[in-house]
Design a binder for this molecule. Structure first.
Ligand code: SIN
Length: 493
């Protein structure tokens, strides 16, 4: 039964499809037999089921990770490097399958699904290379007859909670760093896209990651108690999360009960500013990518597009022309440029933002409507969006480009910074003075100056304000390590 279900995914290697959770190296069902039904957002057809696990399974997973920690954390960095490089190679070998799987459960186009697998694998490769460079320090001594060193040690068991918008890459950005550092893990994948997480765990196992080092606990109905255990358990030493700001705040509070380390990559509401001295061609092309990647479902997507009044009409008509040419559809089909949203709640949110902006005076240039009985919302461009529209303070997370007119640099900086969150911000200008001023004044963790896409493994990803705590990618392995000072006395100098 499971093998015919797996075959329906159409992968070259159907054994990558797992319909069970993973605890201590064993694929298992939920104790109460409950299941989560996973659907393809493009067709609304059932893809398959995974167990809906609860508190008991979570505790077992945490215990398994704790048992695996002493051995894994004392392997050599080179050993972990080698296993991660094998894991990376397997992700490349199964590139087509893993890309297809992402498309099937998330809905993004196949090109985006494969793009995500490449992005995801790059974190595994990157952190393999970081594993062997977690150097400490030797500090000139302030005491007679002594020497001082600082070493880095893995923090311990890590809880990993990830979102559906990047079913694979948001796992490896955390898991790669955790494994490289010598930590063991419990992953709670999103209920919408658990199959990519389970396939990654299978490949990691094939690469030689020992039992118990990676545990995967899918959950839906018990999400509150599972999340609480993952944050409050005294055994867990770090929580890492990507998702919404309200959930990040909840997890932060729970993790505070044991003063755990946290990395929280929460929501954004990115401003995208086009000044009158911008290269308009470049700005339009960048807005298309920045706004509509993953059908607008990324934390770094432009949410508010501010255009200076003298170039407003030109920018609006050029952007509208590009967006009118999009072809929405099933991401597996040739010619589809943009896939569906993840579920009907996401569609309803976009509709609410459009309706609110229109009721307050915005004009629909393109789209503006959901497609009934599907998870699709037409790619939309709104002009003359007023600054009191809800989308100025709430992330839309959908294919809605909202154009707001502005007059001066001072005014737009104030508007851009007028939210509680601060993840990414973008602007286009060819005035070098303005480039410096605006880059420094935008209250965000990542600024794209004359560029609309800046995520890369080697660059620090993360926000300020209510967009989160900590940085991922780049030197992110440090977030999974403790710094320990050792002072040696009585050395006889
Ligand atoms: C996210 O949406 O949370 C991640 C986006 C990225 O890595 O570019």
């Amino acid at each position: 039964m499971a093998s015919s279900q797996a075959a329906a995914f159409g992968l070259k290697d159907p054994s990558l499809i797992k319909f069970q959770g993973l605890i201590d190296g064993k694929w298992i069902d939920a104790k109460d037999g409950e299941k989560i039904i996973v659907t393809n957002p493009a067709t609304l057809e059932e893809l398959g089921t995974v167990p809906d696990m609860g508190l008991a399974e979570t505790k077992e997973a945490i215990d398994a990770a704790a048992r695996a920690f002493p051995a894994w954390s004392t392997t050599t960095a080179k050993h972990r490097h080698d296993i991660l490089i094998k894991f990376f190679a397997l992700m490349k070998e199964h590139h087509d399958d893993l890309g297809r799987l992402i498309t099937l459960e998330n809905g993004k186009t196949l090109a985006e699904g494969k793009g995500e697998n490449a992005y995801s694998a790059s974190f595994v490769e990157w952190f393999a290379e970081e594993a062997v460079r977690t150097y400490g320090e030797n500090i000139p001594t302030p005491f007679q007859n002594s020497r001082n060193i600082v070493i880095k040690q893995p923090v311990g068991v890590v809880s990993i909670l990830t979102p559906w918008n990047f079913p694979s890459a948001m796992i490896t950005r955390k898991l790669g760093a955790a494994l490289a550092a010598g930590c063991t893990t419990v992953i709670k994948p999103p209920p919408e896209t658990p199959f990519s997480a389970l396939a990654l765990a299978e490949l990691a196992h094939r690469a030689g990651v020992p039992d118990g080092v990676i545990n995967v606990v899918p959950t839906l109905k018990n999400v509150n108690e599972v999340g609480r255990e993952m944050c409050e358990s005294k055994i867990v030493k770090k929580v890492t999360f990507t998702g919404s700001t309200p959930v990040a705040k909840l997890l932060y509070k729970m993790a505070a009960s044991t003063l755990k380390k946290v990395s929280l990559e929460a929501g954004g509401n990115a401003p995208f500013i086009v000044f009158d001295d911008a290269n308009i061609d470049e700005a339009v092309a960048a807005a298309v990518i920045c706004k509509f990647r993953g059908s607008g479902q990324t934390c770094v997507c432009a949410n508010r597009i501010y255009v200076q009044s003298s170039v407003y009409a030109e920018f609006a008509s050029r952007l509208a022309e590009k967006v009118s040419a999009f072809k929405i559809g099933n991401g597996l089909e040739e010619g589809t440029t943009h896939g569906p949203l993840i579920h009907s709640r996401a569609v309803e949110k976009v509709a609410r933002h459009v309706d609110d902006a229109v009721a307050k005076g915005a004009q629909v240039l393109v789209g503006g409507k959901a497609i009934p009985n599907t998870s699709f919302f037409m790619p939309t461009v709104l002009s003359d969006v007023p600054t009191n529209a809800i989308l100025n303070s709430e992330e839309t997370f959908g294919p809605l480009a909202a154009l707001v007119k502005f007059e001066t640099e001072e005014e737009v900086i104030k508007l851009a910074n007028s939210t509680d969150v601060g993840l990414a911000g973008y602007f286009f200008s060819r005035d070098i003075g303005r480039v410096w001023r605006v880059a420094e004044r935008l209250e965000v963790g990542m600024v794209g100056a004359n560029i609309g896409a800046m995520s890369h493994t080697s660059l620090p990803f993360g926000g300020i304000k209510e967009s989160g705590i900590g940085r991922e990618g780049s030197h992110g392995i440090a977030e999974y390590m403790n710094t320990k000072l050792i002072v040696f006395g009585e050395l006889g100098y």
